[in-house]
Design a protein around this ligand. Structure first.
Ligand code: DHB
Ligand code: FE
Length: 261
């Protein structure tokens, strides 16, 4: 072996180990299924197609592997984390209280008021925690990724108050079909799996005294709650909508962030 082929840094050593294991795992798959040269070429052509469509590769990766990556990242205490997914946009509007996510009257769905608290695992409320929220509307559409929806619709950043409480108005998100002509949806269909995620609200929550949390909140009774193609639904992250007042729905959730080590 020449000197230049020696791993030179700790990062290269890790990369080398991971690449070798990926190749070993795929080699096993090829032997187990007697994959032919034609099938292998079909797969590489398919990968070229997937790579040529905007947002497709992250979605493909997230659907099949996101939950595994997420499990590695769980701190072991506090609210469960959940996949970021392919539709996060940094730089969402910083909102003023009382908080209402940017939305369109009538078009985006049933009104929802979401309230709750943010605390540290040591029990202290976290005032001034930032909640960066994004979600699909009542028709399953995400702004910034789907045509016809205003930029940053149903995306915004808000803060907890002096007691660590938050409240914002949004809409009830609908279950969400991965774009049916996407490579990912077509692959799921071809292997007999749903390409429809249950409705959910994404949040990234941060505070200087706590470890940041990326998670999703799901809705009890959603018809797709038990068949998420991403396999990301966790019981602890399912809320029940209340519809007592006649003016839309309400729900609440208390988030717990691990204290900073
Ligand atoms: C995935 C996650 C989402 O939140 C979503 O809306 C679509 C896809 C995913 O992990 O692939
Ligand atoms: Fe999502």
């Amino acid at each position: 072996m020449t000197a230049t082929m020696e791993p030179t840094t700790a990062t290269n050593t890790r990369l080398e180990a991971i690449v070798n294991d990926v190749v070993a795992a795929l080699t096993d798959v090829i032997s187990k299924h007697n994959v032919t040269w034609d099938e292998y070429r079909m797969a590489t052509d398919w990968a070229v197609k997937a790579g040529s469509v905007a947002h497709e590769l992250p979605m493909l990766g997230d659907v099949f592997l996101g939950t595994a990556i997420d499990n590695v990242g769980y701190a072991g205490e506090g609210t469960e984390n959940n996949v970021e997914g392919p539709f996060y946009s940094p730089g969402a509007p910083v909102l003023e209280a009382p908080y209402v996510l940017p939305k369109r009257a009538e078009l985006d769905g049933e009104k929802l008021v979401f309230s709750g608290t943010v605390r540290s695992t040591n029990g202290t409320p976290l005032p001034g925690a930032v909640l960066d929220v994004w979600q699909a509307n009542g028709s399953g559409e995400y702004s910034n990724f789907m045509p016809g929806v205003p930029e940053f619709n149903l995306r915004g950043q808000l803060e907890t108050d002096a007691d660590g409480r938050f409240e914002f108005e949004t809409v009830v998100p609908s279950f969400y079909g991965l774009p049916p002509d996407s490579v990912t949806a077509q692959l799921l269909k071809a292997i007999g799996r749903d390409a429809i995620r249950p409705g959910h609200i994404h949040l990234k929550i941060s505070h200087p005294d706590a470890q940041p949390l990326t998670t999703q909140i799901y809705i009890d009774g959603d018809p797709y709650i038990d068949s998420d193609p991403v396999g990301a639904v966790k019981d602890e992250l399912i809320i029940t909508l209340q519809r007592d007042g006649g003016d839309g729905a309400t729900c609440s959730f208390d988030f717990v962030l691990p204290a900073r080590a």
